[in-house]
Design a protein around this ligand. Structure first.
Ligand SMILES: *[C@@H]1O[C@H](CO)[C@@H](O)[C@H](O)[C@H]1NC(C)=O
Ligand SMILES: *[C@@H]1O[C@H](CO)[C@@H](O)[C@H](O)[C@H]1NC(C)=O
Ligand SMILES: *[C@@H]1O[C@H](CO)[C@@H](O)[C@H](O)[C@H]1NC(C)=O
Ligand SMILES: *[C@@H]1O[C@H](CO)[C@@H](O)[C@H](O)[C@H]1NC(C)=O
Length: 520
């Protein structure tokens, strides 16, 4: 029960701060602005980065070229601002500063990735680059010294060019190469790294890089290379899981999982059955495609996905389905191969059925999915044009995952964040984290979802793939024009630190000038 004075107090807050009347965030706060729910003490709070996006030092100390190095040098205008990752935030040299920043936030976990070509310059394990190994050893020891637990991603998109030249993830041999690389990494770092993720965002990587040409390798193998990439990545992930489980876990006693990504999909009109089906289809084709083989009881691709692509392939005259088929042994091998559900989430779409849209190829993942995606014009878009802010999407997605795959393994949000065009007073980001984290609290406390951790994307402004340096996701600003790549905390860093301190969201900690940010 709420006392009348409490209700009045809330009403006053609502009058003066538009922040609190935004639909979808029923912010029940106490007088001091704190959220009514809190994060458990054991909840893993962290920040995330990826090697290629921050390290720079693209050709130093014996590092081989990744496909992003090679491609961007050859196609300098691939990125919107014609930049590349040669220098990035120079974290290869400035990692000590990064760790001081992480520590200052009060987070206890740091999700980072290792650059495959920094360790194996030509991709294969016939030659190990000792300087690269020394580098990561130093970074990891420095983190542990600072009482920050490293969470290491083996593959965050920077494939050695030598392996891309062999077809990248469309080549079945990649499964072996990935296992070889993982063996090297587990042997060299498994004594001090206890949480691993195999691959980051299979969907985004295969869709943008192999189906389309948004990301390197820009293969444009619409609806064909996309499924090969997805298929061999799933097998590669599973192999690496078993490698760890059998050969390393008994001694090293760590955990290993995978990181999947998904926008949430809502029906454009929730009273329209076709829109409801379209939203479900979208989620199955984008997330179920990867999650079902790993997390469902029965394994394999979801029936909806299997049937749809088989049928369309047949109609289109393909001799066999464009979606490869797992053998029964492979289905078993992949099933259950993740100790947690690593989830990257940023935004939501509104789904309605469509058999064809401008810009779609036939075949393609988009055409196979048959879903037109819109966003609500009321959702703010503060930076990248795809990233509309809709906080309840996170709660709904976490519920969708729980409904589909149960609570056998915990969900860890391995990335969540928002982009803008820069500046230290990043109210947009403060509001985004507050609201998305509150939705996560609701999923945990009101819906019974099992969520064990959350990583903000990202520690500092970085190289954002084809967006170059044009959009910013960082808690810390990086001056990319200065040779020292000076780092400065933004308001969102102070806000995140306060969330770490109180284990709650303090909606009053940073006053958002509501006259200026009506829609936040
Ligand atoms: C917390 O606030 C939410 C609304 O945001 C409300 O549904 C819930 O009942 C509140 N829970 C408690 C324990 O106060
Ligand atoms: C990039 O450069 C190539 C060759 O220099 C040119 O053909 C192409 O139109 C350019 N693309 C863009 C998007 O500017
Ligand atoms: C990597 O490949 C290049 C090109 O084939 C070759 O020149 C170089 O010696 C190779 N490096 C290693 C370490 O195998
Ligand atoms: C760097 O400097 C250039 C020109 O001086 C400017 O146009 C650009 O916006 C600056 N970039 C950043 C990231 O500050």
């Amino acid at each position: 029960m709420q006392s009348p004075s409490r209700v009045a107090h809330i009403a006053i807050i609502a009058c003066f701060s538009l922040l609190f009347i935004t639909k979808g965030v029923n912010t029940i706060v106490s007088k001091n602005g704190l959220s009514n729910y809190s994060f458990p003490d054991k909840f893993m709070f962290g920040v995330a980065t990826a090697a290629f996006q921050i390290e720079g030092a693209w050709n130093e100390d014996g590092k081989g070229e990744s496909m992003w190095d090679t491609y961007l040098h050859k196609h300098p205008n691939f990125t919107v601002d014609h930049t590349n990752g040669d220098l990035a935030a120079d974290s290869y040299h400035k990692y000590k500063q990064d760790i001081i920043m992480i520590k200052s936030l009060g987070v206890k976990y740091y999700r980072m990735s290792m650059s495959w070509p920094r360790i194996l310059p030509n991709g294969t394990d016939h030659y190990i680059n000792k300087a690269g190994v020394r580098h990561y050893r130093k970074v990891l020891l420095e983190l542990i010294e600072a009482k920050i637990t490293p969470v290491v991603t083996l593959y965050h998109w920077d494939l050695p060019t030598a392996l891309m030249d062999l077809g990248g993830w469309t080549n079945p041999k990649m499964v072996d190469y990935f296992e070889d690389y993982a063996r090297v990494v587990f042997s060299l770092f498994g004594d001090i790294v206890k949480i691993w993720t195999s691959i980051n965002e299979l969907h985004v990587h295969c869709y943008n890089g192999y189906d389309l040409n948004n990301f390197v390798p820009a293969m444009k193998s619409h609806g064909v290379g996309f499924y090969l990439c997805s298929h061999y990545m799933l097998l590669g992930h599973a192999r690496v899981y078993h490698l760890y489980d059998k050969e390393f876990r008994p001694k090293q006693k760590g955990k290993i999982g995978v990181t999947l990504d998904a926008f949430y999909a809502e029906p454009k009109d929730s009273n329209n059955k076709e829109d409801v089906d379209a939203a479900e289809r979208y989620l199955q084709m984008h997330l179920g495609l990867y999650a079902h083989p790993i997390y469902s009881k029965e394994g394999d691709y979801p029936a909806l996905v299997r049937e749809r692509i088989d049928t369309m392939s047949k109609i289109q005259g393909y001799p066999r389905s464009r979606l490869p088929v797992f053998t029964p042994e492979e289905v078993e091998m992949i099933r259950g191969t993740s100790d947690f559900f690593g989830l990257n989430h940023y935004t939501t779409i509104l789904a309605s059925p469509s058999s064809m849209e401008p810009g779609w190829s036939v075949p393609s993942l988009d055409h196979d999915t048959g879903v037109k995606s819109d966003q609500d014009p009321k959702w703010p878009i503060p930076g990248a044009d795809w990233l509309a802010v809709y906080p309840p999407g996170l709660r709904k997605l976490v519920n969708w995952i729980t409904r589909n795959y149960g609570t056998r393994v915990p969900i860890i949000v391995t990335e969540n964040g928002v982009s803008d065009f820069g500046g230290l007073n990043d109210y947009v980001r403060v509001s985004y984290y507050n609201k998305y984290l509150y939705q996560l609290l609701l999923a945990m406390h009101e819906d019974g979802c099992r969520v064990d951790g959350y990583f903000a994307w990202t520690l500092m402004d970085d190289f954002e793939w084809s967006d170059g340096y044009s959009i910013k996701f960082g808690l810390f600003h990086v001056d990319f024009n200065s040779t020292e790549k000076k780092r400065t905390p933004k308001l969102s860093a102070l806000n995140y630190r306060e969330i770490m301190r109180t284990r709650r969201i303090n909606f009053n900690y940073i006053k958002i000038p509501s006259y200026k940010y009506k829609n936040l």
